[in-house]
Design a protein around this ligand. Structure first.
Ligand code: NAD
Ligand code: WQD
Length: 339
């Protein structure tokens, strides 16, 4: 297949590009580079030995994107990663989040209709489940719009838009992938997560402490009703997640479907810090802080649907993810800007 990756220079996009190329597919990328670096795609090209055509553009720029797509026709599918993902920022600037995240999904669906591209895979998020009523989360666990932040609402709204588009368009194949917590890096240590500024997510924060750039990890609450009192999450290695996209594309059916992409294994904040310490062979200083507003105590999935339908499941452990994240962080302490 030849696949357009919107936001394909970003963290999950570039790992998925590598997985697709290694599985024998071709990729082309549209990315406005607002949260990514050209160097990521250069390295993905070096790792795979493949050329990756790139258009630096907002995916909503219909004229430019259509010209690029015609130049690279025929395309079989779009994986739509492009969007804004900072939860706190979405509370402060909700209109920007609705504008970019919903506008870009609508633009992708219009492009698909105009260029006869049948399949779309969308980066949704476990955040659409909000406060879980029951664990593990399955695809038909309740979701709604009473989510604590606009970011999560944009994911929920785009899922509805995809379902409507698939219902209306004969032959449209739309798959929403609800990612749990993506972590880790490509095992080469050359490609990984490179957040701008101080990371808000746990694993990249711990990585920066391990490398000596930040002093200590703040543990956001140790009084949750969990085995060690800290929050439980389902951390999925980004290369397992990437393989999940390959499986979704290869098995997409007409209509709209949703899949959880996680490991099914709950890991606590303290367990993650300990695993990273083992990988980096050093003590990771930490301190307990108050709970972070909007956090849930526990979020993890039952990944059985993807296994039953596609034969896909996560194969890498939290120790694998920490080892790969550490290789990336220690070799590239300033991310893609490392000299
Ligand atoms: P990322 O920021 O690294 O990647 C997103 C990419 O999209 C970036 O390269 C950015 O430059 C690009 N982009 C943003 N707006 C664009 C636009 N209008 N037009 C073209 N390109 C644009 O983020 P990521 O972690 O790789 O996430 C990819 C997708 O997965 C996002 O939709 C995100 O919401 C979703 N997701 C991420 C996580 C996570 O924890 N990383 C979890 C669940 C879902
Ligand atoms: C994980 C755990 C924190 C940082 C977020 C988004 C979600 C999705 C993935 C896009 C929690 C704790 C964290 C720190 C800590 N993104 N923590 N100290 O909150 O599960 O999910 O990213 O869709 O929408 O909400 O991930 O990595 O921020 O937190 O103790 O410095 O680590 O309380 O228990 P989260 P996270």
């Amino acid at each position: 297949m030849r696949v357009l990756l919107s936001g394909g220079a970003g963290y999950i996009g570039v790992h998925t590009a590598i997985a697709l190329l290694e599985a024998g597919h071709e990729v082309v990328v549209v990315d406005d580079m607002s949260n990514s670096s050209l160097e990521a795609l250069v390295r993905a090209g070096e790792i795979t030995g493949a050329g990756i055509p790139l258009l630096v553009s907002d995916i909503r720029d219909e004229a430019r994107v259509r010209t690029f797509v015609s130049e690279n026709a025929p395309l079989d599918a779009v994986i739509h990663f492009a969007g804004l993902k900072a939860v706190g920022e979405s509370v402060a600037d909700p209109l920007r989040y609705y504008d970019v995240n919903i506008g870009s999904a609508v633009a992708v669906l219009k492009l698909m209709a105009a260029e006869s591209i049948p399949t779309v895979v969308f980066s949704s998020s476990a955040t659409v489940y909000g406060q879980p009523e029951r664990l593990p989360l399955v695809e038909d666990s309740p979701t709604g719009l009473d989510l604590p932040n606009p970011y999560g609402k944009t994911k929920r709204i785009v899922e509805e838009i995809l379902a409507d588009a698939a219902a209306a368009g004969p032959g449209v194949r739309a798959v929403a992938l609800r990612y749990f917590n993506p972590v880790g890096a490509h095992p080469s240590g050359r490609v990984g997560e490179d957040p701008v500024g101080v990371p808000t997510n746990l694993m990249p924060y711990v990585a920066r402490v391990a490398v000596g750039e930040l002093e200590r990890v703040g543990i956001f609450g140790d009084d949750y009703p969990t085995p060690d009192g800290t929050g439980l999450r389902d951390y999925i290695h980004v290369m397992d997640l990437a393989a999940g996209h390959v499986a979704a594309l290869e098995n997409a059916r007409p209509g709209y479907e949703v899949f959880n992409l996680g490991t099914g294994v709950p890991i606590s904040v303290r367990q993650l810090i300990a695993a990273f310490g083992r990988a980096a062979r050093r003590e990771i200083p930490s301190t307990v802080l108050p709970r972070r507003a909007g956090d849930v105590a526990a979020s993890y999935c039952d990944p059985a649907k993807a296994w039953n339908r596609w034969g896909w499941r996560a194969e890498r452990s939290i120790d694998d993810a920490c080892a790969d994240a550490w290789r990336w962080q220690s070799r590239n302490p300033q991310g893609y800007r490392t000299p």
